[in-house]
Design a protein around this ligand. Sequence first.
Ligand code: R5P
Length: 296
Amino acid sequence: MKPILFSLFESDAKKNALANALSADVGKIEIRNFPDQESYLRFESDVADRDIIFYDTLSNVNKKIIPLLFSARIAKSLGAKRVGLCAPYLAYMRQDKIFHPGEGINARYFAEIISAHFDWLVTVDPHLHRIHNLNAIYTIPTCVLHATLPMSQWITENINNAVLIGPDAESVQWVSEIATQCNAPYLILTKKRFSDRHVEVSIPAMEKYTDHTPVLIDDIISSGETMIAAILKLKKLNTHAPVCVAVHGVFDPSASEKIVQAGAKKIITCDTINQNEKEFIQIEAILAHGIKKQIA
Ligand code: R5P
Protein backbone atom coordinates (compact mmCIF):
# COMPACT_ATOMS: atom_id res chain seq x y z
CA MET A 1 0.00 0.00 0.00
CA LYS A 2 1.22 3.55 -0.78
CA PRO A 3 2.42 5.67 2.13
CA ILE A 4 0.15 8.50 3.16
CA LEU A 5 1.41 12.02 3.86
CA PHE A 6 -0.22 14.44 6.26
CA SER A 7 0.68 17.98 7.10
CA LEU A 8 -0.91 20.09 9.79
CA PHE A 9 0.80 23.38 9.01
CA GLU A 10 2.48 23.33 5.57
CA SER A 11 0.77 24.80 2.51
CA ASP A 12 -1.19 22.54 0.14
CA ALA A 13 1.37 23.29 -2.58
CA LYS A 14 4.28 22.06 -0.48
CA LYS A 15 2.37 19.05 0.82
CA ASN A 16 1.27 18.01 -2.67
CA ALA A 17 4.74 18.51 -4.16
CA LEU A 18 6.38 16.27 -1.56
CA ALA A 19 3.62 13.65 -1.83
CA ASN A 20 4.15 13.62 -5.61
CA ALA A 21 7.88 13.22 -5.25
CA LEU A 22 7.20 10.25 -2.95
CA SER A 23 4.30 8.77 -4.94
CA ALA A 24 2.39 8.96 -1.65
CA ASP A 25 -1.29 9.66 -1.07
CA VAL A 26 -2.18 12.97 0.56
CA GLY A 27 -4.12 12.36 3.78
CA LYS A 28 -6.86 14.52 5.19
CA ILE A 29 -7.01 15.51 8.82
CA GLU A 30 -9.28 18.01 10.47
CA ILE A 31 -7.47 20.38 12.79
CA ARG A 32 -8.97 23.26 14.68
CA ASN A 33 -8.91 24.87 18.07
CA PHE A 34 -11.69 24.80 20.61
CA PRO A 35 -12.64 28.23 22.00
CA ASP A 36 -10.29 27.53 24.92
CA GLN A 37 -7.45 27.01 22.38
CA GLU A 38 -7.13 23.27 23.00
CA SER A 39 -6.58 21.33 19.76
CA TYR A 40 -9.21 19.22 18.03
CA LEU A 41 -7.91 16.61 15.57
CA ARG A 42 -9.75 14.04 13.47
CA PHE A 43 -8.33 11.81 10.74
CA GLU A 44 -10.58 11.81 7.69
CA SER A 45 -8.35 9.33 5.82
CA ASP A 46 -8.01 5.67 6.77
CA VAL A 47 -4.53 5.08 8.19
CA ALA A 48 -4.81 1.44 9.26
CA ASP A 49 -1.74 -0.63 8.27
CA ARG A 50 -0.20 2.28 6.40
CA ASP A 51 3.11 4.08 6.59
CA ILE A 52 2.34 7.61 7.76
CA ILE A 53 4.51 10.62 7.02
CA PHE A 54 3.91 13.83 8.91
CA TYR A 55 5.49 16.71 7.03
CA ASP A 56 5.80 19.76 9.23
CA THR A 57 8.77 21.94 9.81
CA LEU A 58 9.42 22.77 13.45
CA SER A 59 9.83 26.52 13.35
CA ASN A 60 7.37 28.19 15.69
CA VAL A 61 7.51 24.85 17.43
CA ASN A 62 5.65 25.56 20.63
CA LYS A 63 2.50 26.25 18.64
CA LYS A 64 2.84 23.12 16.49
CA ILE A 65 4.13 20.46 18.80
CA ILE A 66 1.02 19.45 20.75
CA PRO A 67 -1.15 18.94 17.62
CA LEU A 68 1.69 16.94 16.03
CA LEU A 69 2.25 14.69 19.04
CA PHE A 70 -1.48 14.08 19.41
CA SER A 71 -1.79 13.30 15.68
CA ALA A 72 1.00 10.74 15.90
CA ARG A 73 -0.69 9.09 18.89
CA ILE A 74 -4.10 9.10 17.20
CA ALA A 75 -2.65 7.61 13.99
CA LYS A 76 -1.17 4.76 16.02
CA SER A 77 -4.44 4.23 17.88
CA LEU A 78 -6.10 3.92 14.45
CA GLY A 79 -3.71 1.13 13.47
CA ALA A 80 -1.05 2.97 11.44
CA LYS A 81 1.95 0.78 10.65
CA ARG A 82 4.73 3.32 11.22
CA VAL A 83 4.43 7.03 11.89
CA GLY A 84 7.38 9.19 10.81
CA LEU A 85 8.13 12.88 11.00
CA CYS A 86 9.76 14.90 8.24
CA ALA A 87 10.74 18.17 9.90
CA PRO A 88 13.04 20.12 7.56
CA TYR A 89 13.92 22.46 10.45
CA LEU A 90 14.49 20.72 13.76
CA ALA A 91 13.80 22.88 16.78
CA TYR A 92 15.61 23.20 20.10
CA MET A 93 18.96 22.01 18.74
CA ARG A 94 20.78 25.16 19.85
CA GLN A 95 19.89 24.47 23.48
CA ASP A 96 22.55 21.80 23.55
CA LYS A 97 24.34 22.58 26.80
CA ILE A 98 23.82 24.12 30.18
CA PHE A 99 25.05 27.65 29.59
CA HIS A 100 23.95 29.06 32.96
CA PRO A 101 23.17 27.41 36.31
CA GLY A 102 19.54 26.34 36.52
CA GLU A 103 19.11 25.59 32.81
CA GLY A 104 18.57 22.19 31.20
CA ILE A 105 19.67 20.56 27.94
CA ASN A 106 16.42 21.15 26.11
CA ALA A 107 17.70 19.64 22.84
CA ARG A 108 17.84 16.32 24.68
CA TYR A 109 14.43 16.65 26.35
CA PHE A 110 12.84 17.60 23.04
CA ALA A 111 14.48 14.55 21.41
CA GLU A 112 13.02 12.33 24.11
CA ILE A 113 9.53 13.69 23.43
CA ILE A 114 9.78 13.22 19.64
CA SER A 115 11.29 9.75 20.05
CA ALA A 116 8.38 8.71 22.27
CA HIS A 117 5.78 9.59 19.62
CA PHE A 118 7.32 8.99 16.17
CA ASP A 119 9.00 5.95 14.62
CA TRP A 120 11.55 7.88 12.54
CA LEU A 121 12.73 11.41 11.89
CA VAL A 122 14.02 13.04 8.71
CA THR A 123 15.52 16.51 8.95
CA VAL A 124 17.86 18.91 7.16
CA ASP A 125 21.13 20.22 8.57
CA PRO A 126 20.12 20.30 12.23
CA HIS A 127 22.34 22.48 14.43
CA LEU A 128 24.87 19.80 15.40
CA HIS A 129 27.40 21.70 17.43
CA ARG A 130 28.08 20.35 20.89
CA ILE A 131 25.88 17.35 20.12
CA HIS A 132 27.66 15.75 17.15
CA ASN A 133 25.10 13.20 16.08
CA LEU A 134 21.31 13.05 16.43
CA ASN A 135 21.65 9.43 17.57
CA ALA A 136 23.23 10.77 20.76
CA ILE A 137 19.86 12.20 21.80
CA TYR A 138 17.18 10.55 19.59
CA THR A 139 16.31 6.90 20.23
CA ILE A 140 14.41 6.46 16.92
CA PRO A 141 16.10 6.10 13.48
CA THR A 142 17.06 9.54 12.21
CA CYS A 143 18.16 10.72 8.79
CA VAL A 144 20.12 13.97 8.53
CA LEU A 145 19.98 15.46 5.04
CA HIS A 146 22.31 18.17 3.80
CA ALA A 147 21.41 21.22 1.77
CA THR A 148 25.01 21.91 0.75
CA LEU A 149 24.57 20.73 -2.84
CA PRO A 150 21.55 22.89 -3.74
CA MET A 151 23.20 25.82 -1.92
CA SER A 152 26.39 25.36 -3.97
CA GLN A 153 24.35 25.13 -7.16
CA TRP A 154 22.58 28.37 -6.33
CA ILE A 155 25.85 30.15 -5.55
CA THR A 156 27.51 28.85 -8.74
CA GLU A 157 24.56 29.97 -10.87
CA ASN A 158 24.04 33.35 -9.23
CA ILE A 159 27.32 34.76 -7.89
CA ASN A 160 30.41 35.62 -9.88
CA ASN A 161 33.76 35.33 -8.19
CA ALA A 162 32.47 34.38 -4.74
CA VAL A 163 34.48 34.15 -1.54
CA LEU A 164 32.55 32.18 1.04
CA ILE A 165 32.58 33.30 4.66
CA GLY A 166 31.44 31.25 7.65
CA PRO A 167 30.66 33.47 10.65
CA ASP A 168 31.73 31.00 13.34
CA ALA A 169 33.74 27.87 14.01
CA GLU A 170 30.84 25.44 13.63
CA SER A 171 30.01 26.77 10.15
CA VAL A 172 33.22 25.23 8.81
CA GLN A 173 31.39 21.91 8.29
CA TRP A 174 29.08 23.23 5.56
CA VAL A 175 31.12 26.21 4.31
CA SER A 176 34.14 24.03 3.44
CA GLU A 177 31.92 21.52 1.63
CA ILE A 178 30.11 24.23 -0.34
CA ALA A 179 33.47 25.84 -1.19
CA THR A 180 34.71 22.55 -2.67
CA GLN A 181 31.51 22.11 -4.66
CA CYS A 182 31.64 25.72 -5.96
CA ASN A 183 35.39 25.73 -6.41
CA ALA A 184 35.54 28.97 -4.38
CA PRO A 185 37.86 30.12 -1.56
CA TYR A 186 36.52 30.35 1.99
CA LEU A 187 37.26 32.05 5.32
CA ILE A 188 35.96 31.19 8.77
CA LEU A 189 35.47 33.95 11.36
CA THR A 190 35.36 33.58 15.11
CA LYS A 191 32.20 34.63 16.87
CA LYS A 192 31.39 35.65 20.43
CA ARG A 193 27.77 35.76 21.47
CA PHE A 194 27.22 37.93 24.50
CA SER A 195 23.41 37.60 24.55
CA ASP A 196 20.51 36.68 22.22
CA ARG A 197 20.99 39.94 20.36
CA HIS A 198 24.61 40.89 20.92
CA VAL A 199 27.09 39.13 18.68
CA GLU A 200 30.63 40.03 17.66
CA VAL A 201 32.74 38.42 14.95
CA SER A 202 36.43 38.71 14.06
CA ILE A 203 37.63 40.83 11.13
CA PRO A 204 37.90 38.73 7.96
CA ALA A 205 41.26 38.61 6.16
CA MET A 206 39.95 40.02 2.89
CA GLU A 207 43.16 41.43 1.32
CA LYS A 208 43.29 38.68 -1.32
CA TYR A 209 39.59 38.96 -2.13
CA THR A 210 38.89 42.63 -2.82
CA ASP A 211 37.40 41.77 -6.24
CA HIS A 212 35.25 38.96 -4.88
CA THR A 213 31.63 38.97 -3.74
CA PRO A 214 31.51 37.90 -0.08
CA VAL A 215 28.91 35.17 0.49
CA LEU A 216 28.08 34.76 4.17
CA ILE A 217 26.90 31.22 4.86
CA ASP A 218 25.24 29.99 8.06
CA ASP A 219 22.91 27.18 9.05
CA ILE A 220 20.34 29.47 10.71
CA ILE A 221 19.36 33.11 10.54
CA SER A 222 17.27 33.89 13.57
CA SER A 223 17.69 37.36 15.09
CA GLY A 224 20.00 38.16 12.17
CA GLU A 225 22.68 39.48 14.56
CA THR A 226 25.35 37.03 13.39
CA MET A 227 24.93 38.11 9.76
CA ILE A 228 24.75 41.77 10.75
CA ALA A 229 27.98 41.56 12.79
CA ALA A 230 29.79 40.01 9.80
CA ILE A 231 28.30 42.52 7.32
CA LEU A 232 29.42 45.47 9.46
CA LYS A 233 32.97 44.11 9.62
CA LEU A 234 33.01 43.68 5.82
CA LYS A 235 31.69 47.21 5.37
CA LYS A 236 34.68 48.60 7.27
CA LEU A 237 36.92 46.79 4.78
CA ASN A 238 35.07 48.30 1.79
CA THR A 239 34.27 44.95 0.20
CA HIS A 240 31.49 44.40 -2.31
CA ALA A 241 28.07 44.14 -0.66
CA PRO A 242 27.72 40.59 0.71
CA VAL A 243 25.07 38.01 -0.13
CA CYS A 244 23.68 36.08 2.88
CA VAL A 245 22.85 32.40 2.35
CA ALA A 246 21.45 30.12 5.05
CA VAL A 247 19.80 26.75 5.31
CA HIS A 248 17.05 27.79 7.72
CA GLY A 249 15.41 31.21 7.69
CA VAL A 250 13.92 31.25 11.19
CA PHE A 251 13.87 35.08 10.95
CA ASP A 252 12.62 37.21 13.82
CA PRO A 253 9.98 39.60 12.42
CA SER A 254 12.46 42.37 11.60
CA ALA A 255 15.57 40.27 10.92
CA SER A 256 15.54 40.42 7.09
CA GLU A 257 14.97 44.15 7.09
CA LYS A 258 17.81 44.74 9.56
CA ILE A 259 20.21 42.57 7.54
CA VAL A 260 19.44 44.50 4.36
CA GLN A 261 19.78 47.81 6.23
CA ALA A 262 23.19 46.69 7.50
CA GLY A 263 24.30 46.35 3.87
CA ALA A 264 23.45 42.89 2.50
CA LYS A 265 22.84 42.80 -1.23
CA LYS A 266 20.53 39.81 -0.95
CA ILE A 267 19.37 37.15 1.53
CA ILE A 268 18.40 33.68 0.42
CA THR A 269 17.55 30.53 2.40
CA CYS A 270 16.48 27.00 1.66
CA ASP A 271 12.83 26.11 1.55
CA THR A 272 12.82 24.60 5.06
CA ILE A 273 10.60 27.20 6.69
CA ASN A 274 7.65 28.85 5.06
CA GLN A 275 8.01 32.59 5.28
CA ASN A 276 6.94 35.26 2.86
CA GLU A 277 10.09 35.26 0.73
CA LYS A 278 9.52 34.88 -2.98
CA GLU A 279 12.77 33.10 -3.75
CA PHE A 280 14.05 29.94 -2.07
CA ILE A 281 16.64 27.27 -2.67
CA GLN A 282 14.46 24.19 -3.22
CA ILE A 283 15.16 21.06 -1.17
CA GLU A 284 12.08 18.92 -1.87
CA ALA A 285 14.03 16.33 -3.90
CA ILE A 286 16.41 15.87 -0.97
CA LEU A 287 13.51 15.40 1.46
CA ALA A 288 11.91 12.79 -0.79
CA HIS A 289 15.19 10.91 -1.01
CA GLY A 290 15.57 10.81 2.80
CA ILE A 291 11.97 9.77 3.44
CA LYS A 292 12.11 6.98 0.85
CA LYS A 293 14.96 5.39 2.78
CA GLN A 294 12.85 5.36 5.97
CA ILE A 295 9.78 3.78 4.46
CA ALA A 296 11.55 1.33 2.10
C1 R5P B 1 24.63 29.46 15.96
O1 R5P B 1 25.64 29.01 16.41
C2 R5P B 1 24.16 29.27 14.55
O2 R5P B 1 25.07 28.59 13.74
C3 R5P B 1 23.80 30.60 13.93
O3 R5P B 1 24.98 31.36 13.73
C4 R5P B 1 22.86 31.36 14.81
O4 R5P B 1 21.80 30.55 15.21
C5 R5P B 1 22.34 32.59 14.11
O5 R5P B 1 21.47 33.24 14.98
P1 R5P B 1 21.19 34.80 14.90
O6 R5P B 1 20.62 35.09 13.55
O7 R5P B 1 20.21 35.03 16.01
O8 R5P B 1 22.48 35.49 15.16
